[in-house]
Ligand binder design. Structure first.
Ligand code: SF4
Ligand code: SF4
Length: 440
């Protein structure tokens, strides 16, 4: 695709990157077939190719984003199925990040939209505040939801936010800085515990730590690391995202320089995609950030990659559970990890199945299910229908967002909770009753 950026624009590294991405696209349209929003809405402007054109025009012109461009870019899930499909290697993610940041800086959203985005960007990355807001949402839900009409976008969004608050919040887990290995020490890793995950499902981090410790791995969780910046980046709030990422990099860098790290282990694949990209994100920042960010990115691994690397072995006999594996977009499209989780689950003795259209997003996508509840709900229903056909006992996935989005029918757990159980850990809370029944 030909581009027409000015010399002035091409002095900005973000424009240089977007220019390269745009020039790689040959507008063949192969990506449209696997784009969830195009599959649902059938509008070219809700396809990757259409969005690429919209962003090209917006960035080349250098004028404020139009309502039409903001609408179609906002509808993009950031699932990156298009990147997996594209035969030309178009790096849509880098272009989308530039486009979202540009829209956030130039487009005047309604006050309701701005207020909602402000709340999400400031509450979700703060676990204490997030916990309080979930308790408030749960208490308010029975009284407030009947008063919220369905015909307005704002009230539909509020309904979606209230619906996502779990009926029961698990106890908040106390967090140590260092979790020592059991037996001989074989390695040392940092674990990203995340911002929303410890509030919604603290057992995921507990299972990860238990499993790694049992394998002889020391786990360090620096208290300074809370949010990696992915959530705010998805909303185009680049400055907030960079501030969170800088704090995270600084804390892990201290560990790298101190007692050393073999890996930075991530069990929230949405965050993993961003952290693996830190090297690129910080490439033009002042020293020492590019070097530090690149080191962190080089050490970042998904928990399943790390477990394969250190040699996961189950300790229990197979329990006969049939697992529907839901491949989170951030894991399959963002990080290219497809086989490891399924291999590990099979090695642990589970029967592993995958739904039709496993490449399609479940609609979670960071804050998407709250900002675009209608599309998100259609994707959720479609995904649950495909999973239902598998007649599985449990859904396993590698991202807390998908876990929350798909909850409600059959139990949903994180892959690492099943692996920990089969390696001798306790049953995941969502499966405790059924596993105890099987064992009895
Ligand atoms: S498949 Fe790739 S090259 Fe073809 S239109 Fe989509 S992004 Fe462009
Ligand atoms: S990131 Fe997902 S929703 Fe967005 S254009 Fe690509 S495939 Fe479509």
């Amino acid at each position: 695709m030909q581009t027409q950026f000015s010399r002035e624009q091409l002095r900005d590294p973000d424009y240089v990157s977007s220019n390269q991405v745009l020039r790689t696209c040959v507008h063949c349209g192969f990506c449209t077939a696997t784009c969830p929003t195009f599959v649902l809405l059938g509008d070219e402007l809700d396809s990757p190719r259409g969005r690429i054109y919209l962003m090209k025009e917006m960035l080349e012109k250098g004028t404020p984003a139009t309502a039409e461009t903001a609408l179609h870019i906002d509808r993009c899930l950031g699932c990156f199925a298009c990147m997996t499909t594209c035969p030309s290697g178009v790096h849509y993610r880098n272009l989308l990040e530039h486009g979202r940041t540009y829209i956030e800086a130039t487009y005047q959203r309604s006050w309701q939209d701005r207020a909602l985005r402000f709340v999400l960007a400031n509450v979700l990355p703060r676990p204490g505040l997030f916990r309080l807001s979930l308790i408030g949402a749960r208490l308010a839900r029975p009284f407030v939801v009947p008063l919220l009409p369905r015909q307005f976008q704002l009230t539909r969004r509020l309904r979606a936010m209230l619906a996502l608050a779990p009926a029961r919040l698990p106890e908040a887990a106390t967090q140590q800085r260092i979790y020592p290995p059991v037996g001989e020490k074989r390695g040392r890793v940092a674990l990203l515990t995340g911002c929303a995950q410890p509030v919604l499902a603290p057992d995921i981090n507990a299972a990860t730590i238990r499993l790694l410790n049992r394998m002889g791995i020391e786990v360090v969780v620096p208290p300074e690391v809370v949010c990696c910046g992915a959530l705010t980046q998805h909303m185009g709030r680049h400055a907030d995202a960079m501030a969170a990422a800088r704090k995270t990099i600084a804390a892990w860098h201290e560990e790298i320089e101190g007692d050393g790290l073999d890996a930075v282990v991530i069990n929230t694949s949405g965050c993993g995609t961003s952290i693996k990209d830190y090297g690129f994100t910080f490439r033009n920042e002042a020293a020492p950030w590019p070097d530090r960010a690149a080191k962190v990115s080089a050490l970042a691994v998904d928990i399943t990659t790390y477990l394969e690397r250190v040699g996961y072995r189950p300790a229990r006999p197979p329990c006969g559970l049939r697992v529907a594996y839901h491949s989170a977009c951030s894991l399959q499209h963002g990080q290219g990890i497809t086989a490891s989780p399924k291999n590990l689950l099979r090695m642990a003795g589970f029967t592993v199945t995958e739904p039709n259209e496993s490449h399609l997003c479940c609609g979670s996508a960071g804050t998407y299910n709250m900002l675009q509840p209608d599309i998100a709900e259609r994707l959720r229903e479609r995904k649950l229908l495909a999973i239902g056909a598998l007649h599985a006992d449990v859904i396993a996935t590698g991202n807390i967002g998908c876990l929350m989005q798909l909850s409600g029918t059959i139990p949903v757990v994180h892959t690492v909770q099943l692996l920990d159980y089969m390696a001798g850990g306790p049953a995941p809370p969502a499966l405790r009753a059924s596993l105890e029944e099987t064992a009895a």
